[in-house]
Ligand binder design. Structure first.
Ligand SMILES: O=C[C@H](O)[C@H](O)[C@H](O)COP(=O)(O)O
Length: 261
């Protein structure tokens, strides 16, 4: 939970608030992970109650599931939910075709499973995540712990043959310990600078035996609720901007911050 109203927090909040426009009664919803997704869950819970929306939610991480349940949303597993109507999730990078890099919070495996099991995916993000080409943000790759350094060597070989501008691969750490995903796996961050052929790279990475999933989300997002630092949100589709979604005033955010967890 952010403790002050930075311009970026305001933009994330606006993006999350804008995404409420996509939520309809009786929907089965996939909830994303990360700070923008957290704003969305905090806004969704009271909105669903006030509007009597009767939502069924499934989550892309344990931490989002805990928050959503704590705030009174009905949370079930993806297996219980079956197919979902809509997933709302954040992103680390968004290109003009709405291809994404995700996984900055180590949740991209479950996020990809949930988004793939949804009729629609709407991304909530601020304008700092928009890029001309994917790859400045290190690409997360979830790998199983067994033999992870051999897997890293195989990834490095793939990168040597790929159309990328960098090849450094680092295991993600939390202090002295490697970060563990909700599935008990590890995350390798690929510092690529620019990814010129994302489809090909994604396929090549996922062919390596120890790789579980990479953070490229290609052709999956249908629309973006793009938050701006002035508190407005725009609906963005591939190749352009659509309608305005929300206007956020200072008091509105302050009341959410004051409510705490
Ligand atoms: O693993 C985490 C997710 O992919 C997040 O959705 C992504 O990192 C964006 O997070 P944030 O909204 O905190 O920038």
């Amino acid at each position: 939970m952010p403790d002050r109203l930075t311009p970026q927090n305001r933009a994330k909040y606006a993006a999350a608030r804008g995404a409420l426009n996509y939520v309809e009664k009786d929907m089965k919803l996939g909830l994303g992970t990360g700070s923008t997704a957290e704003w969305f869950v905090r806004l969704l819970a009271p909105h669903a109650e006030q509007q009597n929306l009767n939502l069924t939610c499934t989550s892309t991480s344990e931490r989002t599931a805990d928050l959503a349940a704590h705030l009174g949303l009905r949370v079930v597993t993806l297996d219980e939910a079956g197919w979902l109507d809509l997933t709302i999730d954040g992103a680390d990078e968004v290109d003009p075709d709405l291809n994404l890099i995700k996984g900055g919070g180590a949740a991209h495996l479950r996020e990809k499973i949930v988004a793939t099991a949804s009729d629609r995916m709407v991304v909530i993000t601020d304008d700092s995540k928009l890029v001309g080409k994917l790859g400045k943000f290190p690409l997360p790759v979830e790998v199983i712990p067994f033999g992870w350094s051999a897997t890293r060597s195989l990834i490095e070989e793939v990168l040597e043959e790929s159309d990328v501008a960098g090849t450094r691969v680092e295991i993600r750490m939390n202090g002295e310990m490697p970060v563990q995903t909700d599935e008990g796996n590890l995350v390798l961050d690929l510092h690529l600078e620019a990814i010129n052929a994302p489809e090909e790279l994604s396929l090549m990475l996922n062919r390596i035996p120890g790789v579980v999933e990479n953070g490229l989300f290609l052709g999956m997002a249908d629309e973006v609720s793009l938050g701006l630092t002035d508190g407005t949100a725009q609906a963005v589709v591939a190749g352009g901007t659509g309608r305005e979604l929300a206007y956020v005033d200072e008091l509105d955010i302050a009341s959410i911050l004051a409510a705490g967890t």
